[in-house]
Design a protein around this ligand. Structure first.
Ligand SMILES: Cc1cc2nc3c(=O)[nH]c(=O)nc-3n(C[C@H](O)[C@H](O)[C@H](O)COP(=O)(O)OP(=O)(O)OC[C@H]3O[C@@H](n4cnc5c(N)ncnc54)[C@H](O)[C@@H]3O)c2cc1C
Length: 391
């Protein structure tokens, strides 16, 4: 495992220490679907909302594994899973690509304020007819002088209803497949952009999510990230970070849940003994321990490969499966172990089940991750017409 230095440990401890004020009122926010503005301000003041951003633009300039380590601390301390998810989306979907691929003019205008948490970021890839099949996206952008004109409709945009900045993935050359996609920053006040209302959802309710509608929406051409046509490569870079960072948060959440469950089974007594001494209960706790340990190891091993610029496609997919499915199983086990109390909202464990379910869907569903691994193992045979079953 990685040996963290003093600075890295201090950053992680700071994130862990913020947990208590960030968690205050989280069950009420979950019930109301309310975005925690006050807690967002606390995160902004801590500097965590600019973790991987270059110091020149007001960030903390941390690398991938350190960012994950700090976010794991956030997950361990903060019970508001929606807030942690919104913070991760802001950091990884917006701050990261603008920092890595944006022009200096764009960074000057938006990045310093985003890294300080004054502007909230989101990214828009999915569309009503293009989810897992990202290359099927239809939102179109054409050049007109020194502007890009965008038309289309995006779905499921995390932070969408409250964001100030959107990294939008558009088709600039519909015939060019992966090379026809471009990533472009759209500010909320651009004429032609309509932000939809928050959609009600199963979990992560304090993280608002909604649709975006583009109708002749004009943005300066220098809002393009990287080159025109490089959007898929940017998406690939962002998705690796997104999987590794957002599931590092889940590892922190699993660690907290495990420790809480161990305390519970040592104190709850039935039939004259504490319930942890019953093998079936103890085995559930062991499952929770195995889930967090294997997910943590897989995520950091994959991240080290990404940091060394090695091909980590399979490693990231395996880590995502272990972390997302492990987190869901851990939350279900905790509800079962806490019995009737686990089923009660005030214990926060049914909330964890609802939140954890999302991790098996966003950032590439569990089916798509398994397809990716199968493809990399050379298991798919293209059909006679050339189409690929796992696509
Ligand atoms: C909480 C949450 C937050 C999200 N945030 C964002 C965001 O910020 N920005 C954004 O752009 N999107 C976001 N999404 C959308 C998310 O990326 C998509 O939901 C996801 O990619 C799946 O797309 P879909 O919902 O259209 O499902 P579909 O692609 O229609 O899939 C439906 C089912 O079919 C399965 N399936 C599809 N194709 C195959 C195949 N080839 N082989 C096997 N099984 C297959 C899937 O696994 C799934 O079970 C978010 C989603 C959630 C739940």
């Amino acid at each position: 495992m990685i040996q963290w230095n003093e600075d890295q440990r201090a950053l992680r401890d700071a994130a862990l220490g913020l947990g208590k004020p960030l968690s205050t009122g989280y069950l009420e926010r979950d019930a109301d679907g309310a975005f925690p503005r006050e807690q967002w301000r606390l995160l902004a003041e801590s500097g965590l909302l600019g973790l991987p951003v270059d110091g020149a633009w007001g960030g903390l300039g941390q690398d991938l594994t350190t960012t994950m380590h700090v976010l794991e601390g956030l997950g361990e301390g903060c019970r508001d899973t929606g807030l942690s998810f919104s913070a991760c989306t802001h950091l990884i979907s917006t701050c990261l690509p603008v920092d890595r691929f944006g022009s200096d003019a764009l960074k000057e205008r938006v990045l310093t304020r985003a890294a300080a948490g004054e502007l909230i970021g989101a990214h828009a890839i999915s569309e009503p007819e293009a989810g897992s099949d990202m290359l099927a996206l239809r939102t179109r952008a054409v050049h007109d002088g020194d502007e890009l004109v965008i038309d289309g409709h995006k779905a499921f945009v995390t932070n969408g209803p409250v964001a100030d900045l959107y990294v939008v993935y558009v088709k600039t050359d519909p015939g060019a497949g992966a090379f026809g996609i471009t990533a472009v920053v759209v500010e909320r006040d651009r004429p032609g952009l309509t932000v939809g209302n928050p959609m009600r959802k199963m979990g992560l309710r304090s993280s608002p999510l909604g649709e975006l509608f583009f109708d002749d929406c004009r943005v300066p051409a220098h809002n393009v990230l990287g080159d025109v046509g490089s959007g898929f490569a940017i998406f690939d870079h962002v998705m690796k970070w997104e999987v590794l960072c957002s599931f590092a948060v889940n590892v922190g959440e699993m660690q907290h849940r495990l420790e809480r469950t161990v305390d519970y089974v040592r104190s709850r007594r039935q039939f004259g003994r504490h319930i942890g001494s019953y093998q079936s209960v103890a085995h559930r706790v062991v499952e929770m321990r195995m889930a967090v340990d294997t997910a943590r190891r897989a995520l950091y091993d994959a991240a080290l490969k990404v940091q060394r610029d090695e091909d980590a496609t399979v490693d990231v997919a395996i880590a995502k499966l272990l972390a997302s499915e492990g987190n869901l199983a851990s939350a279900v086990n905790a509800v079962q172990i806490f019995g009737g109390y686990g089923y009660m909202t005030e214990y926060g464990l049914e909330h964890d089940v609802r939140s954890a379910m999302a991790g098996t869907i966003y950032s590439g569903t569990t089916d798509i991750q398994r397809n990716r691994i199968a493809t990399m193992m050379g298991l798919e045979e293209p059909a006679p017409d050339g189409s690929r079953p796992h696509a």
